[in-house]
Design a protein around this ligand. Structure first.
Ligand SMILES: NC(=O)C1=CN([C@@H]2O[C@H](COP(=O)(O)OP(=O)(O)OC[C@H]3O[C@@H](n4cnc5c(N)ncnc54)[C@H](OP(=O)(O)O)[C@@H]3O)[C@@H](O)[C@H]2O)C=CC1
Ligand SMILES: CC(=O)[C@@H](O)[C@H](O)COP(=O)(O)O
Ligand SMILES: [Mn+2]
Length: 396
């Protein structure tokens, strides 16, 4: 690449996206350098990453974990250890930083993602929950600061690649008629509601095509992941909900499509490996190698498509209704889902209770205009409370 070494801060570096990001960076030592790494509590994993990448800073969101990391860092690298939200803000706003990989899971990622956008960085956005919660604030921050938002979520990265090059944020002006958002259907694509009600966390996390963290894996199984991505597409590409169709495509080879007014449909294809969208985001506007095997179409043999079944998968409907309601409804939907998924993973509720908990929270929490971060955080808190109460009522 031609434009000098890019300094990257990786948030959520010990997770699935974080590890894939570091894998791509390690392939291009002359192009990218790790400025900072951040995680929550995985001290051993972060220490090993510091040993390999020698970042200037390492951040642990958890204060005790930061103390532990600090105590062990001196033997490993000359890396300064920071902690908490302040530490995260520092590593995304530092003047040396070019790109921020936002790959913290869940609502916890919103403040640092927003800070990176406000600081005008190239924002490599994997943390879809921050956009679902605070889309209005985040997109406004991107516009006002001149930050560049590069979608890393595989579908949105695919859509970005299929959009007209100079019209990625304003498709309405460039002959785009629809975004076709593909969904694998998840591990329960052919399961009945009755079977899903007995599903275990490990069954829900056994995604047919992708290897991912447990929260997003459960979201894929419930189709809430597609609901969150539906909202994400509306924000990133500035389109209304009627311009986004969900298409179930079980092979996860087509990562999404863009349909134009002349009848053309452009698709982005590739093996299901997140290093492809990550390399695209890191290298843009150039292409850099990602370590991903070339797609073998003959071995793939067939590409299937079907309509999503919102009767068996009500989470997709709930997410679409949240967009239609607008305001803080999307933050409520996201927060209630996080609480419900956490409870399901911990054995507290059934898989089929997840949409029931979300629907209860959406019915209870007052929706307002998301004028600033504190309004969004209040809605998030109220939704969590409502979801916890709904879970309590289910277990009686
Ligand atoms: N995995 C994938 O293929 C894809 C993921 N995404 C999105 O990317 C994001 C990350 O997903 P994934 O990598 O699967 O998740 P993982 O669960 O694998 O990793 C989560 C990362 O976030 C860190 N983390 C968790 N809570 C906090 C916190 N409060 N403060 C700071 N760091 C925290 C974890 O640190 P620790 O290890 O210390 O817990 C870990 O590094 C999600 O929003 C997901 O929806 C989008 C598309 C694809
Ligand atoms: C890799 C990625 O982007 C995930 O969000 C993936 O899309 C999950 O697949 P489904 O939600 O379509 O099952
Ligand atoms: Mn996705």
């Amino acid at each position: 690449m031609s434009s000098g070494i890019r300094q990257v801060s990786v948030l959520g570096s010990t997770g699935s996206i974080g590890v894939s990001t570091l894998d791509v960076i390690a392939r291009h030592p002359g192009d990218f350098s790790v400025f900072a790494l951040a995680a929550n509590r995985s001290v051993d994993a972060l220490l090993a990453q510091c040993e390999q990448f020698k970042p200037r800073y390492a951040v642990m969101a958890d204060e005790d974990a930061a103390e532990q990391l600090r105590a062990r860092m001196a033997q490993v690298a000359d890396t300064e250890v920071l902690s908490g939200e302040q530490g995260l803000e520092r590593i995304v706003t530092a003047p040396e930083v070019d790109s921020v990989m936002a790959a913290i899971v869940g609502a916890a990622g919103l403040p640092s993602t927003l800070a990176a956008a406000r600081a005008g960085k190239t924002l490599l956005l994997a943390n879809k929950e921050s956009l679902v919660m605070g889309g209005h604030l985040l997109m406004q921050a991107v516009r006002e600061s001149g930050a560049r938002l590069m979608p890393i979520d595989s579908e949105h990265n695919a859509i970005f690649q299929c959009m007209p090059a100079d019209g990625q944020a304003r498709p309405k002006l460039k002959g785009v008629s629809k975004i076709l958002l593909t969904a694998s259907g998840g591990p329960f694509r052919n399961w009945s509601r009755a079977d899903m009600s007995d599903a275990t966390p490990d069954q829900a996390c056994a995604h047919p095509n992708w290897s991912m963290g447990r929260k997003i894996s459960v979201d894929s199984a419930s189709l809430m992941n597609k609901g969150l991505e539906f909202i994400e597409a509306c924000w990133i590409f500035d389109v209304g909900p009627k311009q986004v169709d969900v298409v179930v495509h079980p092979q996860s080879i087509i990562h999404s499509m863009v349909q134009y007014v002349d009848g053309s449909v452009l698709a982005q294809l590739g093996n299901p490996d997140m290093r492809t969208p990550i390399a695209f985001g890191l290298g843009w506007p150039e292409r850099v190698a990602a370590g991903v095997a070339p797609l073998d179409l003959i071995a793939t043999a067939r590409l299937d498509f079907e309509a999503p079944d919102e009767g068996r998968f009500p989470c997709l409907r709930l997410a679409r209704e949240s967009v239609a309601t607008g305001g803080t409804a999307m933050a409520v939907c996201n927060a209630a889902n996080e609480v419900a998924v956490d409870s399901f993973l911990g054995g507290g509720i059934r898989f089929t209770d997840i949409p029931r908990v979300i629907e209860t929270a959406l019915g209870q929490v007052k929706v307002v205009e998301p004028t600033d971060l504190s309004v969004v955080e209040t809605a998030d808190g109220e939704a969590r409370e409502a979801a916890r109460e709904a879970i309590g009522a289910l277990s009686h």
